[in-house]
Write a protein that binds this ligand. Structure first.
Ligand SMILES: [Zn+2]
Length: 118
């Protein structure tokens, strides 16, 4: 996903507002003031990246009462949402995905697996 000019402007405005809200960086436990500033910047970036991954990775597809089992092509019943932890470049992110159970194979399956990279 390319960042559009509008999204870039919103990110910059959000960053300026967040900096104003946070005030001065506490460098009392850091090697230096610059180290403290960089550490906080990385922490904020990681939190934004994790929220973005969690929001987008959990959105697809819609939940149905049944889904086709990838092993036997028979219908499996929806069992609920299962949380799964993804390891991203910016740290762990938790997503929710629908879990189904196939009574023929006696196994759970996750139709979203094919959608994880869509
Ligand atoms: Zn099956």
């Amino acid at each position: 996903m390319a960042t559009t000019d509008e999204v870039r402007e919103r990110i910059e405005a959000f960053a300026r507002q967040l900096c104003a809200d946070l005030g001065d960086v506490d460098d009392s436990n850091s090697l230096s003031w610059l180290d403290a500033v960089e550490e906080q910047a990385v922490e904020i970036g990681d939190a934004v990246a994790t929220a973005l991954v969690e929001k987008n990775a959990s959105r697809c597809p819609s939940v149905e009462a049944e889904a086709t089992c990838p092993m036997c092509d028979r219908p499996g019943r929806y069992r609920g949402a299962r949380e799964r932890e993804l390891i991203t470049r910016r740290g762990p992110a938790t997503i929710a995905e629908p879990e189904y159970f196939c009574p023929c194979c006696r196994k759970a399956f996750f139709p979203d697996d094919e959608c994880d990279r869509c």
